[in-house]
Design a binder for this molecule. Sequence first.
Ligand code: ADE
Length: 236
Amino acid sequence: TKKIGLIFAMQEEQEGLDEYILNSRKSYYGQREFIEGNLWGTPIVAVLSGIGKVAAAITSTQLIERFDVSELILTGVAGGADVQIQRGDVVIADQLLQHDMNASPLFPKFEIPMRNKSRFHAEANLYEVLEKAAHDFTSSSKTTRVHRGLIASGDQFINDATILAQLKLEIPDLLAVEMEGAAIAQVCHDFGIPFAVVRTISDSANDNALHDFKEFIEKIAAPYSIGILKSYFELI
Ligand code: ADE
């Protein structure tokens, strides 16, 4: 039976979600609060992972092993990494890559050792519906666009146009950067659990990134995350 794990990296990305969770039960493992309950008709477990690949990997492993989730969805913000992508746009991952993985010359740059791949695929059955949900949620805005493509994760907040340009040179199809998605992708790959990543663009990973990020995270990030999730739960 369906039980969806919902991961958020930061409190600001899930602010207000709790009040929609019915019959909620809280439990605590590994410094994290897990909230089980029913969200718009679907059994869920929501958790704040904390920032970064290790925090995200621990959290997704807990959701799979301890809470037995059937699928996992990560929502939050990301830095835009393409000229087509503007602040407030939504990016849905179809593939994810860890941009700070580099075991060369043992393995090609970006490749996950012993997995023979640098890119993990999100679950098409999930991201196609999430993409529709994002369209439904953003349909009232004439300027917001929804994109689908490659998201890269690394333990680095990118706020430098030169660093971003270097990444784009190596990964031309990159759409957005964040700090958790590709770690969750690796865990879900190893356990055979379907997952999806939905990100709203808070900044352009350039020299204005910190200012743009702070402003966005303060009051726009959570309504986007929650709004897209609500549209999603209405579709499933
Ligand atoms: N999340 C949101 N913006 C980001 C950025 N510029 N770098 C890394 N993660 C982010």
